[in-house]
Design a protein around this ligand. Sequence first.
Ligand SMILES: [Zn+2]
Ligand SMILES: [Zn+2]
Length: 231
Amino acid sequence: MRLVFYLKMDLGNNIHLVKGSWWASNIYIINENPLTLVDTGMPYSLKQLEKTLHEGGKTIRSVELILHTHGHIDHIGSTNLVKEKSSALSCGHKLDETHFDKAHKYYGTNIITGLLSNVAGVILNMQPLFIDRYIFENETFDILGGLKVIHTPGHTFGSVCFYSEKYGILFSGDALQQRNGRIIKPKRAYSENPEQEEDSVQKLLELDFDKLFSGHHELIFSDAAKKLKKF
Ligand SMILES: [Zn+2]
Ligand SMILES: [Zn+2]
């Protein structure tokens, strides 16, 4: 069943997946009004995004809202390209401002992420990203029956998740990811604050969600919170 979902890229609830990889995040298209993207992958994700939109009878021009889970390069890569071709409003948390601006100073073990990010940014000619509107804890967007911002600092200080209580869906970015039903523990090389990230994972597990739509790795389509709490 899951294979069929992936082939069709149709996750239900008018949500379509542009499948990413370890180094480019998934893009989620929420085909509602406004037409919304959750994250934008890498710059080279744009082609697949355009193809998926086209299959749904839409174009890049139709995109009206871009919600960023955080400012890492693999989640914001196509945003400037989408904004060039549309009037989309880009949103993210203010605490990730330096990531969006490409001015972030990485430190400690996180310096490896910084180096990789900077090299990729140069190769891919990534420019600073202008955020039209900063988002905040508990702010709710009028899609998916009310899509709420959950601030989950740790992976980055401005990491957020987007939660639809009505449909039991959590878009978790890199704040909560799993493999084989087990939560992937925060890694010092990728986290700005691993202890804070652990706390954010616990905060998320208090929510009631069936579907886990993360930035990378496997998705969960039923009883996600219940399954993950066991470990
Ligand atoms: Zn990522
Ligand atoms: Zn990340």
